[in-house]
Write a protein that binds this ligand. Structure first.
Ligand SMILES: Nc1ncnc2c1ncn2[C@@H]1O[C@H](COP(=O)(O)OP(=O)(O)OP(=O)(O)O)[C@@H](O)[C@H]1O
Length: 294
């Protein structure tokens, strides 16, 4: 496989690291165990079993988290800022290891798997996508360097960004990033989606962007995400509960604990924390509508 020049030597982990890690303390030196084996995938079911984790000893972030995502199903994690949602994704990607408890994929403890095989089986659609100062083609191709041109175009089409690219001054050869054409938040998200379509991972992790998008772009992105998540084991960090409600199960996280879980309807009927968040989000949308005369 010949890699495009600019990406030669670029470790795919570096970019995801930039996207998933907050600047802060790196806790553990994560590396392969001596007897680590490649992960054997069988649908990609995920299990968190009583996971405890803290970045700094004095402050517990995850306090006994347990949940299951059956193969091919989707789970949304909702909770206030700082409740530990992104930390769950970081542990699954093994930027850090749990202090106690275990995380399993298809029954295998992820600490027993090689890092490469683990990370190859997971696609990430982050909140904020990192772009290389290179062509838009390379920026998408990066999702899977062995992909053909046609596969890159196809991924861009599925991510609803192909038409936008065809309107760029040099189409797929247009340089983007800091020193090139600046992409909007919505365009960057679609680049991340196109990369994920190209990677076609068994497991999809998505950190929904909080930035406001116009409703057409948002609908296009949601549709693309839905088709990407279809038949894939997926975890969504959902900031909009309208995204959460489309998942098979919703987990409500508070102070590092799962305080409620179930489907949207079950959680609304329960009239607990989720129902409260739902009412809050709807009333702020109503308020916005009233303010804008809608
Ligand atoms: N590398 C780090 N070192 C120390 N503390 C950290 C580190 N990363 C995150 N934290 C702290 O851990 C807590 C949980 O962070 P996390 O990013 O998981 O929250 P979150 O629920 O995803 O929040 P948000 O919705 O705002 O993204 C926060 O209080 C955060 O400050």
């Amino acid at each position: 496989m010949t890699e495009p020049e600019v990406l030669a030597g670029a470790d795919p982990r570096v970019i995801v690291q930039a996207e998933l890690l907050l600047p802060g303390r790196e806790k553990a030196d994560i590396s392969d165990k001596k007897d680590a084996k490649p992960l054997k995938l069988n649908g990609g079911s995920i299990m968190f079993d009583n996971v405890h984790f803290s970045y700094l000893t004095e402050r517990k972030i995850l306090d006994g988290i347990s949940f299951i995502v059956p193969a091919g199903k989707s789970v949304a994690i909702v909770g206030t800022s700082g409740s530990g949602k992104s930390t769950i994704l970081r542990l699954l990607f093994r930027f850090f290891d749990a202090d106690s408890g275990s995380i399993r994929i298809d029954g295998q403890d992820i600490r027993d798997a090689t890092l490469d095989s683990l990370r190859q089986s997971i696609g990430v659609v982050p909140q904020d996508t990192v772009l290389f100062n290179d062509t838009i083609f390379h920026n998408i191709h990066y999702g899977r360097l062995s992909a053909t041109k046609e596969e890159v175009y196809d991924a861009a089409k599925r991510a609803a960004i192909h038409d936008t690219i065809m309107n760029f001054p040099e189409k797929y050869s247009t340089v983007v990033g800091e020193r090139g054409l600046k992409l909007s938040g919505g365009e960057k998200q679609r680049v991340a989606l196109a990369r994920a379509f190209l990677k076609a991972p068994a497991i999809l992790l998505c950190d929904e962007a909080t930035s406001a998008l116009d409703s057409t772009t948002e609908a296009a992105i949601l549709n693309a995400l839905k088709s990407l998540a279809n038949n894939r084991t997926s975890i969504f960090i959902a900031h909009r509960l309208t995204t959460a409600m489309q998942c098979d199960e919703i987990i409500v996280l508070e102070s590092g604990k799962v305080i409620e879980h179930g489907s949207h309807d079950i959680l609304l009927a329960k009239a607990g924390r989720y129902a409260q968040l739902w009412a809050q989000q709807n009333s702020s949308i109503d308020a916005l509508d009233t303010a804008s005369g809608g």
